[in-house]
Design a protein around this ligand. Structure first.
Ligand code: TRP
Length: 74
């Protein structure tokens, strides 16, 4: 796999935002769930174990693709 060392930044805008890591490979399943309260942040990478991240709740996310909010309505 080509290496991508980029980080993504997730800032919780309400209590109880969930950041869920999904496994890489043929079997796509949850492997980690992190709960963030308002104004808490998580800085994370995609890794050998993590191919996708699901975010539930109101949060602002920064990636190399730009900044977006889960409630953008876009
Ligand atoms: N042990 C996980 C991994 O190395 C930790 C992790 C990395 C993670 N990125 C994540 C967990 C994103 C949740 C969301 O892949």
């Amino acid at each position: 796999m080509s290496q991508n060392n980029d980080y993504i930044v997730i800032k919780a805008m309400e209590d109880g935002v969930n950041v869920i890591g999904l496994t890489r490979g043929t079997d796509t399943r949850f492997h980690h769930s992190e709960k963030l309260d308002r104004d808490e942040m998580m800085i994370a990478q995609f890794t050998e174990h993590t191919s996708a991240v699901k975010i539930r709740g109101k949060a602002v996310i920064q990636t190399s693709h730009g900044e977006m909010s889960t409630d953008d309505g876009a």
